[in-house]
Design a protein around this ligand. Sequence first.
Ligand code: SF4
Length: 486
Amino acid sequence: MPGTQLARARAGEVTPAMKRVADRENREPEFVREQVAEGQAVIPANHGHDALDPMIIGREFATKVNANIGNSETTSDLAGELEKLHAAVHYGADTVMDLSTGSNLDEIREANVAHSPVPVGTVPIYEAVTQVDDVADLTPELLLDVIEKQAEQGVDYQTIHAGVLAEHLPLTDGRKTGIVSRGGSILAQWMEENGEQNPLYTHFEDICEIFAEHDVTFSLGDGLRPGSLADASDDAQFAELDTLGELTRVAWDHDVQVMVEGPGHVPMDEVADNVERQQEVCDGAPFYLLGPLVTDVAPGYDHITSAIGATEAARAGAAMLCYVTPKEHLGLPEAEDVRDGLAAYRIAAHAGDVAAGKPGARDWDDALSEARYQFDWRRQFDLALDPERARDFHDQTLPGDNYKEARFCSMCGVEFCSMRIDQDARDADGEMEAIDDETDLSESAAAEVNLPPTGSHDTSDVPDLPEGVEPVHGDEADGESATGDD
Ligand code: SF4
């Protein structure tokens, strides 16, 4: 097998994956290679993931969005899982995490990898726990076996909660919401009952060897992330972050790619500090945030509370954002929740990129604004982040084809359309000219990442569903808790 993308970048090779990424982001292949070689970006691309269209995660590139999919003990079969994958990619997920904890785990994981054009991530401790009667019965050997099997199945990145150490656990005493990460709580229980150090920490170099062989990327889990504003930025969170910095360097010594996960629940004024601290402690390894929610008071709207924090995180240098749906803290998301969560997060990622001045990010906004001012409704729909919703909302009141050239919509009405009035005023005195040029997105510095769905695939690239699998239209499509505090 060839080496990892990191090993090959360090050796000076521009791999086919780096070239593809450079095309997608309209960057120089050599720049991509340098970013990967320095650990500042990752290309999660397991050697066994044949369906993958390579993408890159790093603060110098368009901010990416992950969607969680996967079954639970009570829901979903293989066809249902493939429907969720299809929906997530269709609505613009840049990666998906299969967080299945129910039955048929191998079959579902292998099918997801076989069909997914985007990287697939997992949390292997979830599967390991299903194989024992009691958490305390987990062994290092079982954990390594599960990790290796999932690597062999083609998983591109795995969340490994190796930074939760026994000495960190007392630091969570007195928290308002304790340990809210599933992986973190499982490992804390194991350490308490066995009186030993976290086996993912003590066997970290064994995991590195497995990952190096298959080119699996670490997503170093933040098992002690805060589950409430009250617990944000506390000693437990930052003690674990220091360990994640240490583990980042160990993984790099093994030529293994690394990104680092972050919180969770963080007040708005602390979000940028959290990003900057991670970048410093982890030597610039890509930061992958789970939200963060900037207030705890809006269950039912946590795709919004967290997208606000995610926007600030993206502006400050986060590389990937894990979406949150409106059902967070309340129940399993359905298809429409997945759509709303992805839209909220793609808005956050793009708004953060615009604010950060990423090359070409604003071109998309400018192109849509030009179409809007020209009353080019079809182009406005095509450029919209969710073209189907934009068209549907417009056509609810003005469905006729003739309204696709109309110089108004039903919001202000024909008499009060300010853009029409403005244009007429400008034509009358001859001094103010209407915009008549169009931003050419194909020439934009952000190229493909400027086209909806953001940073990912045009709808036409989404693989056809296997025979017998119907597309999702309102059926259950449960994702998983991003903030983990449920
Ligand atoms: S009617 Fe109002 S909302 Fe609609 S196009 Fe004109 S200015 Fe915009």
